[in-house]
Write a protein that binds this ligand. Structure first.
Ligand code: ADP
Length: 496
């Protein structure tokens, strides 16, 4: 029972409650009313019949009680009264003198019956007829069958039941309509709450200007609350989104950093390897020219050998070449140390780049490989702020590399070209070229590409590192491209 009750809607519950109370009240009222009608009707009937009996008993004299024709006429007059159905007259010994009317009653009682307690279907009123000296001269019984009275009461009860049913119907309809109107805002509120539960914060409980009762106030408060909740939720979503974005970015940064670190780690390992190689190269390279310098110098100093002038000159040439290589090695090494310590300072002066290029080309020895160097340039270039010695060093380095990696009898081209904000100098050879994967790496410290030429031509892997550093010190940049069909093209750009 309780479970059924708990499943009912709020409206049904209220309706059930109101209908139960109202119907109970109406039922009790109608019942009381029916009882009252019953009492009133019976009292009235009893009173009326009593009054008629009284009138007869007072109006009949001692001579008239035995006058049957008179009694006959009198009876007719009495029976004209509505409800009264029979009348009978008795002498002083209760012996029947005259009886008139629909006399259905068999046992006559000489006492007035109680209308509320009649034991058969007739109601009698008994009266004694008194003489002048107040002695009993006869008696009268007036009565009627209770059938019609009961019928009237039944009719009344039936009408009462109809009214009762009608009242119930009316109560149910009125309660239903009233509750539907009254609970409408609550229904909207309920729908809004359900929508809000589904995170649909756009819904509002509809309020009209007349909704100033408690439910209207609740609906207004609810709308205010929903708005606040909506903005709070939006703010929260934004914050979460920002936090997630932040986390995503931090994560990306972390991933990038990890990648960089692992790259750095690889570079460090590579550098470490290269440094070990460098130390062995440097020590080997230092030792090799030194050994030949010492050997040739000792031979020259040995007076007992009687060397010819030509041989002596050859030996001195070897000593000079090896000394130059030694000097280059040492200066590369010193430059690198300066770069790493941050004390590599350029001496900037106004200079003409074309002149520097021509000077470097003039002094470079290309005869051994039969290589020719061609310079392509416009006639005039603006003066630039340069460290002439360092730019010379750059050109020497690039040209010596180009010579190293070029085949015999090939051409090395130097192109000088002016752009809006910079002058670009390209050193183009027809040599072995540089694979794409190595194009950036060749500028790293101690980095050398393993090739037959690089093994034969001993180097430190420092030349291009120093070149890049010098160019960047001038605010420029350097990169390498492929030369079609073969070779490489080192380009450096210097700002005007
Ligand atoms: P080194 O010449 O002393 O080995 P560099 O820093 O000058 O060191 O050059 C680094 C590497 O770049 C060289 O080992 C070589 O493999 C490559 N390289 C440089 N210039 C050229 C070039 N013009 N053609 C082909 N390879 C080159």
């Amino acid at each position: 029972m309780f479970s059924i009750y708990s499943k009912l809607s709020f409206k049904t519950k209220i309706m059930f409650f109101i209908c139960t109370i109202t119907i109970s009240v109406v039922t009790i009222t109608l019942q009381i009313r029916a009882k009252q009608v019953d009492i009133i009707l019976k009292e009235r009937m009893s009173f009326r019949t009593g009054v008629i009996a009284d009138i007869i008993s007072f109006s009949i004299s001692s001579s008239e009680i035995s006058d049957k024709p008179f009694l006959g006429k009198y009876s007719k007059f009495i029976l004209n009264e509505p409800e009264i159905e029979y009348v009978s007259f008795y002498d002083k010994n209760n012996k029947l003198v005259y009886a008139a009317g629909n006399y259905g009653k068999k046992n006559i009682g000489f006492a007035t019956e109680n209308i509320f307690n009649v034991d058969d279907n007739f109601y009698d009123v008994y009266r004694e007829i008194k003489g002048e000296n107040n002695e009993k001269i006869g008696s009268i019984i007036v009565g009627f069958p209770t059938q019609s009275m009961k019928e009237a009461l039944r009719n009344h009860l039936f009408t009462g039941i109809i009214i009762w049913l009608f009242a119930i119907l009316l109560i149910v309809i009125v309660t239903y309509i009233g509750l539907t109107c009254f609970l409408k805002p609550l229904r909207y509120l309920h729908e809004a709450v359900i929508n809000m539960g589904k995170r649909n914060f756009d819904c509002r409980a509809p309020i009209s200007s007349n909704d100033n009762d408690e439910i209207g106030q609740i609906a207004k408060q609810f709308n205010v609350m929903t708005e606040e909740l909506q903005s709070f939720y939006k703010e929260l979503e934004n914050k979460i989104e920002k936090a997630v974005d932040g986390l995503r970015m931090a994560n990306q940064k972390l991933e990038k950093r990890t990648e960089e670190l692992s790259k750095l780690n690889l570079q460090l390992k590579e550098m470490d390897k290269r440094k070990t190689e460098f130390i062995s190269i440097v020590s080997h390279d230092l030792k090799t020219p030194l050994t030949s310098i010492i050997g040739f110098a000792d031979t020259l100093l040995n007076k007992r050998l009687n060397l010819t002038e030509d041989t002596k000159e050859d030996f001195i040439n070897v000593i000079a070449t090896e000394s130059r290589r030694l000097s280059r090695l040492i200066s590369d090494f010193l430059d690198l140390t300066k770069i790493e310590e941050g004390i590599f300072e350029p001496k900037i002066e106004k200079a003409n780049i074309k002149e520097i290029v021509n000077r470097v080309v003039e002094f470079i020895n290309t005869k051994s490989k039969g290589i020719s160097i061609v310079v392509e340039s416009e006639n005039h270039f603006p003066l630039m702020n340069l460290d002439e010695d360092r730019i010379t060093q750059v050109l020497q380095n690039l040209l010596s590399n180009a010579l190293k990696y070029s085949p015999i009898n090939s051409i090395i081209k130097i192109v000088i070209k002016q752009f809006a904000e910079e002058i670009r100098i390209s050193v183009i050879d027809q040599g072995i070229g540089i694979p794409d994967s190595e194009k950036e790496k060749v500028f790293q410290k101690f980095y050398r590409i393993n090739s037959d030429i690089s093994i034969k031509e001993r180097g430190t892997g420092l030349g291009l590192t120093i070149v890049k550093f010098i160019i960047e010190l001038h605010g420029g940049r350097i990169w390498v491209e492929d030369n079609k069909p073969a070779g490489s093209c080192f380009i450096f750009a210097l700002p005007i």
